[in-house]
Write a protein that binds this ligand. Structure first.
Ligand SMILES: Cc1ncc(C[n+]2csc(CCOP(=O)(O)OP(=O)(O)O)c2C)c(N)n1
Length: 340
């Protein structure tokens, strides 16, 4: 069995020495784009512009941004219902995402999917999935297809720690290890599955140990540190790509907002939330960059202005979008509908 464990620690100064101003700016820009787009989405939800469910990723931005650093455009990505950040980081446009959340046909899923079903096959971004753990077997299948076609590609599958309780997690871990499929499993461990803490649902809460039991190489990383995630992702993706075997990467993170827009948050204390907010991935990264003189307040303002413009343009685009005509209701439905 191949196993290893990266002991979680702050990325050392030495490791960060190679960070360039441009790369730092890019990482910060990506995280701010996700944060601001989601803050605007929450606002639009309360105004009933966005309907259905809305799960915000705020607090977890370093994971999607850090992981995408290690993926190529040819690699596949499978995400969950908390996927606005992954979609943006994977180059879906803010316009296409916002229009989708509005339910307009200019959205990336023609307005039929909404917040939980962002999708763009041209970018190999295979959703958005409302089912907890539902993306895992999909990722296994994509990796199997790539392997059978002798492509040296990676399928990256994001999921929350709550998915570890699902049969699909165990089935996919087992089969990808048995068949040696190139899947990078990225577990976004934010400690809670809705209101259930991991320790209340799992007998073994060490997810790296759990993964090892399937013969899957596994590691854990500080998911609030974008550079640490990026580095761990590079190592993991390189392993998957060259060895053509699965790898499990646990990113320890935290969602700052409620599970969805309806959640009294009775399962966690304000002190716990405040403690995690002190590790805010964006603020932490800004502090680090300032201490290394890699960014100035002027550049941060420039980024914020640019993002504000992008988000406003996305809202305008969604507002001006069109509803799919009722006559198209049965389009893309498998069976022919009999005419009465
Ligand atoms: C199969 C299934 N069971 C239950 C649900 C209801 N549900 C929606 S989100 C969620 C919690 C999942 O938590 P986790 O996987 O840790 O992801 P997070 O929301 O923390 O990102 C549950 C139980 C569902 N969508 N699908």
């Amino acid at each position: 069995m191949e196993t290893e464990k990266i002991v979680e620690k702050k990325t050392s100064q030495k490791k960060r020495a190679s960070l360039t101003k441009n790369h730092a700016k890019h990482l910060l820009h990506q995280m701010i784009r996700i944060r601001r787009l989601e803050e605007k989405s929450a606002e639009l939800y309360t105004k009933l512009k966005i309907r259905g469910f809305l799960h915000l990723y705020i607090g977890e931005e370093a994971v999607a941004v850090g992981i995408m650093e290690a993926l190529n455009p040819e690699d596949a990505v499978v995400a969950t219902y908390r996927e606005h950040g992954h979609a943006l980081a994977r180059s879906l446009t803010a316009n296409a995402i916002m229009a989708e959340m509005y339910g307009k046909q200019e959205g990336c899923s023609r307005g039929r999917g909404g917040s939980m079903h962002l999708f763009d096959a041209s970018l190999r971004f295979y959703g958005g999935n409302a089912i907890v753990g539902g993306g895992l077997p999909v990722a296994g299948g994509l990796a199997l297809a790539d392997k059978m076609q002798h492509k040296q590609q990676v399928t990256c599958c994001f999921f929350g720690e709550g998915a570890v309780a699902e049969g699909e997690f165990h089935e996919t871990m087992n089969l990808t290890a048995l068949w040696q499929l190139p899947v990078l499993f990225v577990c976004e461990n934010n400690s809670y599955a809705m209101g259930t803490a991991l320790k209340l649902s799992e007998s073994v809460t060490d997810l790296v140990e759990k993964s090892k039991s399937y013969g899957v190489t596994a590691a854990s990383v500080d998911g609030m540190d974008v550079l640490a995630v990026g580095k761990a992702a590079q190592k993991a993706a390189q392993f998957v790509r060259t060895e053509q075997k699965p790898y499990f990467l646990e990113c320890r993170t935290y969602r700052f907002r409620a599970h969805s827009m309806f959640d009294a948050e009775l399962y966690r204390t304000k002190a716990e939330v405040a403690a995690w907010k002190r590790k805010d991935p964006i603020n932490q990264f800004i502090q680090l960059l300032k201490s290394r003189r890699l960014i100035t307040n002027e550049v941060i303002k420039e980024l914020e202005d640019q993002v504000a413009e992008e988000v406003q343009a996305a809202v305008d685009f969604a507002e001006q979008g069109t509803w799919e005509p009722v006559e198209d209701l049965t389009r893309f439905v498998y069976s022919e509908t009999e005419k009465s």
